[in-house]
Design a protein around this ligand. Sequence first.
Ligand code: WT7
Length: 656
Amino acid sequence: MTDSTIESILQEKRTFPPSADFAAAAHIKSLADYQALYDRAAADPAGFWAELAQQELDWFEPWTQTLDWQPPFVKWFVGGKLNISHNCLDRHLATARKNKAALIWEGEPGDSRVLTYAQLHREVCKCANALKGLGIGKGDVVGIYMPMIPEAAIAMLACARIGAPHSVVFGGFSAEALRDRLNDAQCKAVITADGGFRKGMAVALKPQVDKALANDAAPSVEHVLVVKRTGDAIAMVEGRDHWWHDLQPKASAHCPAEPMDSEDLLFILYTSGSTGKPKGVVHSTGGYNLYTHMTLKWAFDLQETDIYWCTADVGWITGHSYIVYGPLSNGATTVMYEGAPSAANPGCFWDVIEKYGVTIFYTAPTAVRAFIKMGDEHPNARDLTSLRLLGTVGEPINPEAWMWYHRVIGAERCPIVDTWWQTETGGFMLTPLPGAIATKPGSATKPFPGIIAEIVDLDGNPVPDNTGGYLVIKHPWPSAIRTVFGDDDRYRSTYWEHIPPKDGQYFYFAGDGARRDEDGYFWVMGRVDDVVNVSGHRLGTMEIESALVSHPAVAEAAVVGKPDDLKGEDIVAFVILEGEAVPSDALATELKRHVVSEIGAIARPGEIRFSEALPKTRSGKIMRRLLRNLAAGQEIAGDTSTLEDRSVLDKLRGGA
Ligand code: WT7
């Protein structure tokens, strides 16, 4: 985020208390109610979660121990047996929800589908049996590489139903990125589609899967299940590839949900960090089910009649927790949309809200900023009066965007729920409870009950109010990351060693800088590690650097974020070329294209800056701080005395 954004957040003093009407009808109705829940949970977290787990979920067998915390490894509801697909589907069938819309889907070309709970249950059972027919069973990891179509959710739930952990890979990732993830998780099958529709175009997916699997490069994959979406011609490999529409109709609609241990692996989801390859974040069953259920219910004040729409992609944690599992576990109606707003269709989101009478709308600050640019006339031309609550996630929201969201979309009537959380946390950590907590533009307000959050220095000492520090969590919560798939050491070093444990107190290090104000409100400022946040997408600078140096013309690369009004941050790559290569616009374009093919379009550098050298310390460490200043066109701030060769800065400033 830009310095001016941070500045305006720091100056922000407005508060927006819940309206009396909203509070009266809400699950959590007052600050006193929130405080009572918070205090109860803080005094006895295990007791608090045990009570809710009993009340809110179905269990096939009770647990024997609520919390087993052997730092940094945590288990919740040990010995308990359940199945999240049962909690999302079967248990609603015996109620009035049986014929309620579970999933409302709107395709980009204008086609649509509604699946009731009974229908979704049937589709999930059939898919589960189709997978079983391919020899997929409990413990086999299944890759899901899909557009935003109902089959994506059906596939996830079918995997969960038979105890096959899923690993969803965002459809915008390249074949290379897909192959790495399939290999890391040792996927036995991949569920995909011929393609999907995005911004008026058909985007191919199956050809990417073929490329990822070519030359036996992902040897664990035995089967590929393909949904026909675009109808574009694709190649099918005999014996390996199967059409969804061939297997699904033949499969039985009867498939009992496999009793899963509370700690059985539910899914792996890859995310970027400051070092190495993307990490497979591991989430397990019981705690994740409970936490996504409770957070959605209380933070979005979910009611039986709500029509809830989260605009994320199922390829990200937001889609997992708050398009699929959280809403369905609550028996809610969840809306799924295939498209994205574009210049050609700037009102498409507002059309979806009007068409289905969406009551709760959850999107990202980068989308809000794009809407502001597209103009108020688009939302103003639609009937948005069904809305009663607005959510935001992905990056700090600048107060200007918050106020626009509040005024133009929310008609000053809808609370804005700014949710701070991460792939690793599974669910919301800092969030207002909208009937209880007054909001302040740019603040995710307070910890969810049961979350003990703090701002500390690197020694784990709390910093005073209104002083910047590191955001940490001091007690395990049910949907916490269990480990990095196949790499406990990396789990330990990434999350638990930046701030070493002290007197038995462990600190989960989130990687974000934040401060807390005099009212106990948290203000998250952004990443403190080498991670950039581009349009709410988290990317490791090192991954992009590795992609660049894999190009024959590149000797060395350093990637930093630079403030961008629309995307939050944009990627700037400083590149040193190999001997004979010469800087040119054509080469810059080629390098950008190379990064897209190595990772995906979300990682495309906005700018390539050729240079002869990079600013390094005498010990050879790249001084990124200086590169960030340069990329942002700012004066070099702070100490440069450790710089090995000061003339490098002048050369870089001159550009190349
Ligand atoms: C990082 C996590 C959680 C789903 C989306 C991203 C940033 C996320 C907020 C917010 C300020 C936020 C943080 C965090 N972030 N939400 N409301 N306010 N920053 O998940 O890809 O795991 O990224 O996104 O920097 O660490 P993710």
